[in-house]
Design a protein around this ligand. Structure first.
Ligand code: PAF
Length: 289
């Protein structure tokens, strides 16, 4: 595996390796790898001739009061893990390589970025994500890019950018990888002390309770949501949001008639965590995360 720092090096390496029929898979990451990231790398490895992983803690998607300076960073550990997954290129640029003096472009997706995490974290968040992902796509020119479904809203934002700007990158959303007690894996789980770690497991339990209500035939959003609220209250967790939204448009849902996402965000100890489950519109299929 090669670790490359500059755009010119990555461009040259990808262009040398690209041959007809040999697809390029990109896994964009901010590092601090866990099984969720590794599952994306495995999917990319299984489906492509060349696998590029980007490791860049993107400053523009953090607000001033967020955890940019403390975000977990351990490049040598990450590099060893990526290498063990058969990654070909780890692109780990410095911020000035991505945002040189005079950088002036911002990609803003209206609508779906204004709710949920966009409302909680502010409009800069998805602007930062959309801009850096588009830039990474311009640098690597992948055929396929892999994202975790845990960041369900991010996946929808990236898909919208692809569609609206006619960018020809297939977006693969890979299933959420969970700890044995159901907690969704996240780089931010390292912020949890023992008490918060135990409390955090209630997020998935709450989503499971709501999904069970839906599986029992319930379509009314309030009834489904109240099953989740009850579990969160029992764990003394106050969600930042707990919402049922259309799985494609993120419009609020009052009755589940089409596939819907049940999404939660909460501060648990020192961490802000998010999670979601897909609740099927169809009574015969089962929900999944
Ligand atoms: O999901 C992430 O780790 C980041 O938001 C991403 C997609 C790498 C963009 O910085």
């Amino acid at each position: 595996m090669r670790i490359l720092r500059t755009i010119a090096e990555v461009r040259a390496a990808v262009s040398d390796a690209r041959t007809p029929g040999r697809t390029v898979g990109l896994v964009p990451t901010m590092g601090a790898f866990h099984e969720g990231h590794l599952s994306l790398m495995r999917a990319a490895r299984a489906q492509n001739g060349l696998v590029v992983v980007s490791l860049f803690v993107n400053p523009t998607q953090f607000a001033a009061n967020e955890d940019l300076s403390t975000y977990p960073r351990d490049e040598s550990r990450d590099a060893a893990l990526a290498e063990a997954e058969g990654v070909d290129i780890l692109f780990a640029p410095e911020p000035a390589e991505i945002y040189p003096d005079g950088f002036a472009t911002n990609i803003h997706v209206a609508g779906i970025t204004e709710v949920l995490d966009g409302a909680s974290r502010g409009p800069h968040h998805f602007d930062g994500v959309a801009t850096v992902v588009t830039k990474l796509f311009g640098i690597v020119r992948p055929d396929v890019a892999y994202f975790g479904q845990k960041d369900a809203q991010q996946v929808l934002v990236v898909r919208r950018v692809m569609r609206d700007l006619n960018l020809d990158v297939r977006i693969e959303a890979c299933p959420i990888v969970r700890e044995p007690d159901g907690l969704a894996m996240s780089s931010r789980n390292v912020y949890l002390d023992a008490d918060a770690r135990a409390q955090a497991a209630a997020l998935n339990r709450a989503l499971d309770a709501a999904a069970a209500t839906r599986s029992a035939g319930e379509r009314d959003a309030d009834s489904i949501l109240s099953a989740a609220h009850a579990v969160l209250a029992e764990a003394s967790l106050e969600p930042e949001y707990l919402e049922l939204r259309d799985a494609e448009t993120l419009h609020p849902v009052t009755r589940v008639e089409r596939d819907a996402l049940l999404l939660v965000a909460a501060r648990v100890g020192a961490a802000r965590l998010i999670d979601n489950h897909l609740l099927p519109g169809n009574d015969s299929s089962k929900g999944s995360s």
